[in-house]
Design a protein around this ligand. Sequence first.
Ligand SMILES: [Zn+2]
Ligand SMILES: [Zn+2]
Length: 478
Amino acid sequence: MGTYERTTVEGKKHQLTGRAGISSAMQRSPVEKPPFTLGDIKKSIPPHCFHRSVVKSFSYMIYDLTIAMGLLYFALVGIPALPIIPRLAAWPLYWATQGSILTGVWVIGHECGHHAFSDYLLLDNIVGFVLHSALLTPFFSWKYSHRRHHANTGSMENDEVYVAKKKSMLPWYTPYVFGNPIGRVVYIILQLTLAWPLYLGFNLSGQPYPRFTCHYDPYSPLFNNQERIQVLISDAGILAVLFVLYKLTAAFGFWWVVRIYGVPVLIVSALFVLITYLHHTHLALPHYDSREWDWLRGALATMDRDYGILNHVLHNVTNTHVLHHIFPSMPHYHAMEATKAMRSVLGEYYRFDSTPIIKATLREAKECIYVESGEHNGVYWYNKSGGSIGSSPPCQCHSVVAPSTSPPAEPGRGSGGEGRREVLEIWGVWAVGHGGVYGAPLMLRHLSAIIFFEVVKLQACNNGAAAGGVPRPLGIVA
Ligand SMILES: [Zn+2]
Ligand SMILES: [Zn+2]
């Protein structure tokens, strides 16, 4: 049943991908108040698209888990029986395939977090908790911070992640990182390998809060009193999975766990960081400050993308994100049909870019560095010449957390202690990233990141810089 639905929807996808060429995708989105309301959009979508079916939702989950089990069997039994050369080639094949399938499983967990899996909140919470814990995501903690992203999308002041920076907020090392192709590739690798654990553990590139912010801390400012107990349940889920991994390591060895589980889970986090980065980072998307922001325009400031065959594997989370921001509790198996239907109302407010993903990633990393005010007050756009930032002003990013009283530094360099701290941060990210790039499992990256940032925090305190602020290494977002 699920397979038939997938095939039908996949066929319809091509009608959608023909909806806008690459050049029109680069034209800026309209920023005036839309001539339609949320109600108008809802009326344009067939009512059955809002229906959540337990049977259908489970069919997709079982479909994915069956493939994942088949791939696991191939890794445990098939690959070791191969001659050496095909065996070496089979492992990357296993990692890429299993990582993609498990990202689809993660997407179903994300759907549970939006209460889109079924009509039963408890069932959605249980399924989401199990699926996300197994992939080392703290389900409830992330569910609540993700809700803030949905409530404040596109807001310069209040979005939870992907908060666009003005040029004056860039750190001094920005030209060295983004001003050349090697720096940008390193940035992309670091973003894909480290952004997720560092966001969860240290709120890296998240919305600044007045105190240390961590998804594992029930008293983190991310959560209210009703949510704290569920944060602890999320932590218990992660600890349980870590315990199983510890037992597996003791039984089969560290590299066995890395090969079978660590690399695919690393690919899961890399894939959804890439997907969400490209959804919210584009020259044609506006960012609003409090003078202009409203929920609907923020939700529309989102770019659908085309990942080819992965659209299907990832349950179309890739090419229906505009719809997801407008109706987050709609199940993924209706998202394509609903996207097609609502486009007649959205018109130019609907954004889709079919640029091949690798090309788009390199382009966005080069061009989407900082935003500037456009013709409309309160509306900001990424500056296309972002990649050629030759003389960046001094770093002021930490003043977002705690305004600095120290005199401004000379252009291109941070001031004394802050400069030293940022050098430390860069080397720290490199050091932690080294482990990630070579396939260390997420649990070890979490641990090494925690140790490193405790050292950085101490260093920051010693230098008297930005008291209470969390160091923010590169502009990595999650
Ligand atoms: Zn989003
Ligand atoms: Zn979401």
